[in-house]
Design a protein around this ligand. Structure first.
Ligand SMILES: [Zn+2]
Length: 411
């Protein structure tokens, strides 16, 4: 492997902060930042991203669904592209780092190459993917379009506010009729995404960087506990068949199972009691169940135990619905990120991502890797979302060093 000139890289915390704050001003309100995909604010954010990319010397194109790409040529035009990016939309009342750090941090990485006179072998592209947060239909819309996973029907389907995605794109000045024009038509060797952790593990462990091992799989289901509705005054306690009490016991069982080891999380986030009156013993209780893990076998074991628990409690049914498989990151890319952390002397750990990201879509066409930086207090999707500027800059440093390490690989 050739000597990597990473020592010459100098990330500017000030430039990074200036850009993140400029983007954060678009859609800023008293309770946070609201830049939902294809709104006026989102279009403004796209414009700012285009101009920042151009200022960094990138050749910019906006694709038919609003993904922005900025290209920097390498020495060898035949080599596949090394891509880095994330998204610039937000949830309602979101924070300034989610997504923005991955896009603006990648632009800053390019500027460090410009400053140091570094020309990579492979061409580089910075990507800002549209509608990662799923404002109108389902999430990672832009990156799904890029990997050819969006169908015409999704464009035509009516969204929450009565308009179709097609109409949203049209009104944002984009070209939804050319959906095929959004699909990647060139090889990409690697995709890197720098992102805030959105959890509190790195902060608790006093680490700068998380080397992401994969994005967890999600299994969802419904639990129904059946009892007997009856008068709350005249039914003695020993004669009751209370569906909510059964459900409560089941909830504890789920919690305890998920707490064995730290390789899965399980959540019951919705509960519906019927008939739902203050003076009636609950006759039926419905619960949602969500489990996330990198290991499908772990989920299977947990489900088996839930079913056994349900059988011993009696009157409880477990129905599993949607199951999304975990998306592992590329081992070679993970090693490169880890080596970049060692080069720079930043403390790090390997960890799974409990949330979905554009990287999981890009995994269909490229070797992907993700770099996490700490979220203060583990808070995100909130105006309180915060990462220390020096830690954000260290994330960019690791991103830049990883790009150079990947570029030096013989592919
Ligand atoms: Zn994000």
């Amino acid at each position: 492997m050739q000597i990597i000139p990473a020592k010459r890289i100098q990330v500017s915390e000030n430039r990074l902060r200036r850009d993140i704050e400029a983007l954060a001003a678009i859609g800023a309100g008293p309770f946070g930042i609201t830049r939902r995909a294809y709104t006026t604010e989102d279009t403004k954010a796209r414009r700012l991203t285009v101009s920042l990319m151009e200022d960094a010397g990138l050749r910019v194109r906006v694709d038919p669904v609003g993904n922005v790409f900025g290209r920097r040529d390498g020495r060898d035009p035949e080599k596949p592209v090394i891509m880095a990016g994330s998204h610039i939309d937000t949830v309602p009342n979101g924070g300034m780092f989610d997504g923005a750090l991955g896009v603006l941090g990648a632009i800053e990485a390019i500027r460090t190459f410009n400053d140091a006179g570094i020309v990579t072998e492979s061409p580089m592209e910075i990507a800002a993917f549209a509608d990662e947060e799923g404002a109108w239909f389902s999430g990672t819309f832009g990156s799904r379009a890029f990997v050819g996973q969006v169908r015409e029907q999704e464009l035509r389907a009516t969204t929450r506010d009565g308009q179709s995605v097609w109409e949203k794109l049209k009104s944002a000045g984009l070209s939804p009729d050319d959906l095929a024009g959004s699909v990647a038509s060139y090889p990409i060797s690697a995709y890197l995404e720098l992102h805030i952790e959105q959890g509190g593990v790195l902060e608790r462990d006093g680490l700068d960087i998380g080397v992401v091992t994969g994005i967890v799989g999600i299994t969802r289901g419904a639990i129904t506990a059946v009892g007997m509705a009856n008068h709350a005054g005249t039914t003695p306690m020993h004669m009751r068949d209370d569906a909510l009490v059964k459900a409560a016991r089941f909830i504890c069982l789920v919690h305890e199972e998920a707490r064995r080891g730290c390789d899965m999380v399980a959540t019951i986030g919705q509960i519906q009691v019927s008939p739902g009156a203050v003076n009636v013993v609950p006759g039926e209780t419905r619960l949602s169940l969500e489990m996330r893990s990198m290991d499908p076998a772990r989920i299977e074991t947990a489900v088996e135990r839930f079913k056994q628990g349900a059988a011993s409690l009696g009157g409880i049914e477990v129905d599993l619905g949607l199951a999304k498989m975990p998306v592992p990151m590329d081992p070679g890319v993970m090693d490169s990120i880890e080596d970049a952390c060692k080069d720079a002397g930043y403390p790090y750990k390997r960890m799974a991502s409990g949330a979905g990201h554009d990287a999981m879509c890009l995994a269909r066409i490229a070797s992907v890797g993700m770099i996490f930086v700490p979220s203060m207090g583990g808070i995100s999707h909130s105006s309180k979302e915060c990462t220390a500027w020096d830690q954000a800059a260290r994330g960019v440093d690791v991103l830049a060093r990883t790009i150079l390490r990947l570029d030096a690989r013989k592919l």
